[in-house]
Design a protein around this ligand. Sequence first.
Ligand code: TNX
Length: 481
Amino acid sequence: MVVNDIGRLPLVPLPRRAEWGSGTCRLPVNVAIVAEHPDAAGVAATFAIDLATHTSLQPRLTAVAGDVDVELQLHPHRADLGAEGYELFTADDGMGVVAATPHGLWNGTRTALQLVDGDGTVPTVHIVDTPRFEWRGAMLDVARHPFGVDEVCRFIDLIANFKLNRLHLHLSDDQGWRLEMPDWPALTEVGGSSATGGDPGGWFTLADWARIVTHAAARFVTVVPEIDMPGHTNAALASIPALNPGEVAPPLYTGKEVGFSSLRLDLPVTRQFVRDVVATLAALTPGDHLHIGGDEAHSTEEPDYVAFITFLQEEVERHGKHMVGWEEITAASLHRHTLVQHWLRPATAAKAPDACRFIMSPARHTYLDMVHVEGDPLGRRWAGAIDLPTIHDWDPAEQIPDVDDRRIAGVEAPLWTEKVRTFQEVQTLCFPRLLCLAEVGWTPQAQRSWAAFAPRLAAATDRLADHGVPVYRSASLSAPR
Ligand code: TNX
């Protein structure tokens, strides 16, 4: 097989190994998608819909191979492909994707979608691909400003196409509580009733939540819910007087400050409240992880903070889940399965026990609420301007001294929404920057360079724009190639 210039095709993220032939395969309009294994049926069905959306093809699903078609094969014995890897090949008579798991097949179909052009022509390729990190996430802050179920589902569709596999939802903060808690209805009825700047509130009912989790699962995205404690809790304190000293609730908060609120373990109701919240979250979450926040608890005394995190960790583990918290949680003694999310101070994150692993979200490289470039009207500035090369050109293994890939679960880019009011703005801040993050999380460091990435990113960004995504076009997108 001739090895051509891999960079010409709009693949994001770049596969680990790919050979390009000189030929092409033309899929027929009524291309058959063949999935013999019942566990591959869901991936096949979604792929058929996506192909119909992205091309002029009208695919049909079948369990029997025909002449020219796309075959999805589950081979559980292919341990070399791991939990998410796949092998993809195209030849004259069609395309095949092989994986050991449905998630691997899903990833293969995401690559296939990027290879097929509008009339169903695919280059001849042979790809063997596995990810660098298992955790490749985006975070959406729905607490400072709420977003609807349809918007969150659309967001999931967009990130999943680039093989991102975690959606971290920041569900509570000083300005709002956004998930129904059956034992404590005031949390949403009061705490969910407004947003930053006095904007309209909103929250997810249990039925809304089930829709989000199901939509995500069908795209191999695990939802990671975050209830931020013990700081960032004014919405809860305003909703439930008994969580405050003297049972006097503060007013709802609509400003942008952080660090002034705190739950208190010394009040009789607090432990029961935390137990109920963690139990509800655990019951609503198919994934292994619950995020408890833990950041910027500037109004919590250090011993109280440590006791709070310790109590939270016990509660999370008691429900068979593992805790995730922002790096400040290293003040407490952490369980080996607890994940530490690094965002600001490497020295704080580095206090984690050797057995713990990290999610890397360094603000200066991954914060999507920052401006793309100086002078932008949309975005904040405290962590600097984050242009496309800034979110692409960093190595997660060089963030915390002595922390290499073995201790890194993965990477995540957060979008905080104090100043983000519409889903249009969400997309403009996220795209195409999240494609850079997808490359950081998937592609081996040795294979990454801005020069090689830029043309693929430009092509992928054009495709997003063609599908109506309001992408941001920074000057670096059209930099010399
Ligand atoms: C810091 S990052 C925060 C958030 C803010 C964000 C604004 C982190 C753990 N805490 O509460 O929304 O900065 O950029």
